[in-house]
Design a protein around this ligand. Sequence first.
Ligand SMILES: Cc1cc2nc3c(=O)[nH]c(=O)nc-3n(C[C@H](O)[C@H](O)[C@H](O)COP(=O)(O)O)c2cc1C
Length: 397
Amino acid sequence: MLDGKRVLLIIGGGIAAFKCLDLIRRLKERGAAVTPVLTSAATEFVTPLSVSALAGEKAYTDLFDLTDEAEMGHIQLSRIADLVVVAPATADLMAKMAGGHADDLATTLLMATDTPVLIAPAMNVRMWEHAATQRNLAVLQGDGLRVVGPNEGDMACGEFGFGRMSEPLEIVAAVETALAGGPLNGKRILVTSGPTHEPIDPVRYIANRSSGAQGTAVATALAALGADVVFVTGPADVPPPAGVEVIAVQSAGEMLAAVETALPVDAGVFAAAVADWRVKRESSSKIKKNKGELPVLEFAENPDILAQVSQMKSGRPGLVVGFAAETDDVISNATAKRKRKGCDWIVANDVSPETGIMGGAENAVHLISDAGVEDWPRMSKDLVARKLASRIAEALS
Ligand SMILES: Cc1cc2nc3c(=O)[nH]c(=O)nc-3n(C[C@H](O)[C@H](O)[C@H](O)COP(=O)(O)O)c2cc1C
């Protein structure tokens, strides 16, 4: 619930601005007060009248409005909220924010505010993938802004890809997380999850049985404690958690690139089941079945993401947590893995088929650290995640 909380909602000039009408309703349903601000471009997409009617408050649009300035100066307006939400955060608005511009009411408020800021980017996939937007995103994240979305999907412009604004309820979840005031508030934590798919040809790939359930539960638990979570996921069976920044990847190579982009972080939890090997030469066309002839696949070693991050000379996360899925000698193999990789903790579990852990709802783990081995009883993956998240909160405090 958001009782007693106030959100300053800055609406940018993108097609997704219409979703803000629902967002205002959802925030108010949960008890939040919403003060809306529209950029000049936003007024081309939604009217200040509808925004104001739904918010039940004045909708601000103009920096140089004598009446507004007399009633509530722009500096005061920038400070009245518990959280500033920018939705949709257009490419232009993100660029202005990253550059420190203050040439209209929205950007001036964003420069003057001393409250946390959450942005929900929304734009065409090419605009989102453009080097300038990705540069601006990195700057804004470095400045401590929280990000929700964007999602992958069909776009108003007819293209498909990342750039769709998160749905109103996902933004509400991110608002609740940002305002949770938990022990991980202000901490940025990376979580990797799911399997990777290593392509053989355009239609075939090598995969593993990881469902992504444990990594997703860890990300959810960390967000519930107030962490700003960046969630890098392979093609998992379970949907990613709401209210976190999601980066979807396919292969180990893509996962490493996404992890490098997400750094720096305060902690990294590497729960993904990354394939150890990939096919050395991916065929650009489907390998044909020739009677009597079997294809020979040559393998190459994949990058070791956990080891690379653990052994970073500068910018290493303060806490690096790896996962070890073993079928034999779980504790001795996982203890050796911790030493070899250089991570701080290993969460080890036995994934032999008879345990039902891989793809199941429960887990029985051992937490291996400098302090030794802790055996946790078998419990739900959600409970493992919550226990691990509170241990991470203790370690980062
Ligand atoms: C129909 C239409 C839809 C648009 N949708 C988006 C969008 O979804 N995201 C975006 O970044 N820009 C979009 N633009 C471009 C922005 O409106 C333009 O960059 C504007 O200057 C952004 O203003 P702002 O900084 O106030 O958000 C769109 C433009 C038009 C004409």
